[in-house]
Ligand binder design. Structure first.
Ligand code: ATP
Ligand code: MG
Length: 273
């Protein structure tokens, strides 16, 4: 199958500790309410701002198995629902991640959902309105989603292409929330916790990130992510000189344009000399 599916054993996740997630606003309460009221959820936001981590955290917190699918332009409805496969001379039906989540009462998370083929929405529509049904045409089954099933989708509006946006009839089936980079104090906590670098040194990096993010729009598609700040702090914590670490994590991944890179480096030199 062409999708990436991960099932997390909820009980095991629960027995271990929850994934680390630093709340930024009321997102945990909103997600939990949506789950309890059996409503699907749409998360929007730039790359590396914590969407995936948030969903892993909430799945573990609610004690549900998580089925994650990274959508791409070849992803079809059958990749989600399942297909007949030839196994040892016999054809056997194998559930896809969406079907497994429905059968097992889990959370199905479709990352970058705008990338998926149009036939995927046909499957999602009956599942995301009050019917909560998953018809499996090939097996003739009509599955009713249990109360503990939840569908979560995410996408990055920054890359949104006019041909690749969600139709109103799809997006208006979801409770939605926007993610953005966390406020400086929270981002500093996150970077320190994830990298092991001191709060003081992380604060300087977060401060720098704020300045680099202001350059967004000037030939930069997207501002530096929390993910890249974590990379930067991790390299510095491992002993790499600051200018080297910042170039490798806060400049090179952002742009190939030498002028844009120079603009970023200028801000970095002004901060760390
Ligand atoms: N609120 C947060 N709490 C804990 N860690 C966070 C938080 N926000 C961001 N991070 C850190 O940033 C990294 C990137 O976050 P994540 O992978 O969730 O981004 P994303 O929004 O899913 O990005 P993409 O759209 O590229 O998939 C995480 O691995 C984690 O280290
Ligand atoms: Mg993600």
């Amino acid at each position: 199958m062409s999708h990436t599916a991960t099932a997390t054993n909820a009980a095991a996740a629960f027995a271990r500790e929850l994934p680390y997630y630093e709340p930024v606003g009321n997102e945990c309460a909103l997600f939990e309410q949506a789950y309890r009221q059996r409503l699907p959820m749409l998360l929007k936001g730039p790359t590396g701002c914590g969407k995936t981590r948030f969903v892993s955290y909430m799945a573990a917190k609610l004690g549900r198995p998580l089925f994650t699918v990274s959508c791409h332009d070849d992803l079809t409805a059958a990749d989600l629902t399942g297909r007949y496969l030839l196994q040892g001379g016999e054809t056997r039906w194998v559930d896809g991640p969406l079907t497994r989540a429905v059968r097992e009462g889990g959370i199905c998370y479709l990352d970058e959902v705008v990338e998926a083929r149009k036939d995927v929405t046909v499957v999602l529509h009956p599942l995301t309105d009050d019917r909560r049904l998953l018809p499996l045409e090939r097996t003739g089954e009509l599955l009713e989603a249990p109360d503990d099933f939840m569908l979560v989708v995410s996408y990055n509006p920054g890359y949104q292409h006019i041909l690749k946006s969600l139709k109103p009839s799809t997006r208006q089936r979801f409770v939605a929330m926007s993610f953005d980079f966390p406020p400086p104090r929270v981002e500093c906590d996150i970077v320190a916790r994830e990298s092991g670098l001191s709060h003081e040194r992380c604060a300087a990096l977060v401060n720098l990130a704020g300045r680099l993010r202001e350059l967004k729009g000037q030939d930069l598609e997207e501002g530096v992510s929390t993910r890249l700040l974590v990379y930067c702090a991790t390299l510095i914590n491992a002993g790499m000189p600051i200018l080297e670490a910042t170039r490798a994590t806060l400049v090179e991944p952002l742009s190939d344009d030498l002028d844009v890179q120079e603009g970023l480096l200028e801000s970095i030199r002004a901060t760390f000399g």
